[in-house]
Design a protein around this ligand. Structure first.
Ligand SMILES: Cc1cc2nc3c(=O)[nH]c(=O)nc-3n(C[C@H](O)[C@H](O)[C@H](O)COP(=O)(O)O)c2cc1C
Length: 203
C-alpha cells in the first residue's frame, strides 16, 4: 500500500517522533511505500480564514480550494492508506492537526449535502475520499486503562475515527493509544515503540 502519514508534533526530539520513525520502519520492512506530511515543518496553516469559511458555507461544492488544501487532498487521493501520528494534548489532537481536518475536509470533497441522495443506506455522506484504511497512533501521558476509565479514549475514537475518518469515506479505521508515558519508564517506552513498529509492519 501507499500510505500518507500525517505527523503533528513540533519537535523531532519528541517521543512522538520516535513513534513516527518506528512506525515508518515497520511500513518499509513489509514493503509498503509512504510519504510523511510533517504539518509543523510544512508550516501548515492551522486556522480557517474568512475566505475559506465563506467557501465552505457558500453551497458551491466545485468552488476552488486554497492551494495548500488542494495539495493535501492530492496526497490523500494518491494514498491507499492514511496514518496519523500525534501526541494526545488535552484529550484530543494538537490544534495543528485539528486545523488540518477543518481545512482539508472541504465541502464537495469530503462531504456534500447538496445531492438528493446525499445519505446512503449506511448514512454516510457523499464523499470523494476512497482511502481503504486509516491508523491513528497517539502517545499519551496517562495509561490507556485510565483514559478508558474516564471516557476519554472512547471520546477520541468517536471523534477521530467515527467523524473525521469513517464519516468521510475511509473504509476502515483504528486508533492505538500508546499510553503511560508520564511514568518515564523505559519498559513502557520500549513496548510502545515496538507496538508502533508492529503496526507499521501489519498495516
Ligand atoms: C500540552 C500538552 C497536553 C497534554 N495533554 C494530555 C492529555 O490530555 N492526556 C494525556 O494522557 N497526556 C497528555 N499529555 C502528555 C503527552 O501526550 C505525552 O507526554 C506523550 O507521550 C507525548 O510526548 P512527546 O511530547 O515527547 O512526544 C499532554 C502533553 C502536553 C505537552
Amino acid at each position: 500500500m501507499y500510505v500518507y502519514v500525517v505527523f503533528a508534533h513540533p519537535s523531532k526530539q519528541s517521543f512522538t517522533h520516535e513513534v513516527l520513525d518506528a512506525f515508518t520502519r515497520g511500513l518499509q520492512d513489509s514493503g509498503h511505500t509512504f510519504e510523511v506530511g510533517d504539518l509543523y515543518e510544512m508550516g501548515f496553516q492551522t486556522d480557517m480564514d474568512l475566505a475559506q469559511y465563506e467557501r465552505e458555507t457558500g453551497g458551491d461544492p466545485d468552488a476552488p480550494v486554497p492551494e495548500d488544501v488542494r495539495l493535501e487532498q492530492a496526497k490523500i487521493d494518491r494514498a491507499d492508506g492514511l496514518a496519523f501520528v500525534y501526541p494526545v494534548w488535552w484529550s484530543d489532537c494538537p490544534a495543528k492537526l485539528k486545523g488540518w481536518f477543518d481545512r482539508v475536509l472541504t465541502f464537495g470533497y469530503a462531504y456534500d449535502y447538496a445531492y438528493a441522495d446525499a445519505y446512503g443506506e449506511d448514512g454516510a455522506h457523499v464523499t470523494k475520499i476512497a482511502v481503504k484504511k486509516a491508523l491513528v497512533l497517539c502517545p499519551a501521558g496517562h495509561p490507556v486503562e485510565h483514559l478508558e476509565e474516564i471516557g476519554v479514549a472512547e471520546s477520541m475514537r468517536c471523534v477521530m475515527l467515527g467523524d473525521r475518518l469513517l464519516g468521510v469515506g475511509v473504509k476502515e479505521a483504528h486508533m492505538e493509544i500508546l499510553g503511560g508515558m508520564v511514568e518515564n519508564d523505559p519498559t513502557t517506552r520500549q513496548r510502545n515503540l515496538e507496538r508502533a513498529y508492529q503496526l507499521g509492519r501489519a498495516f
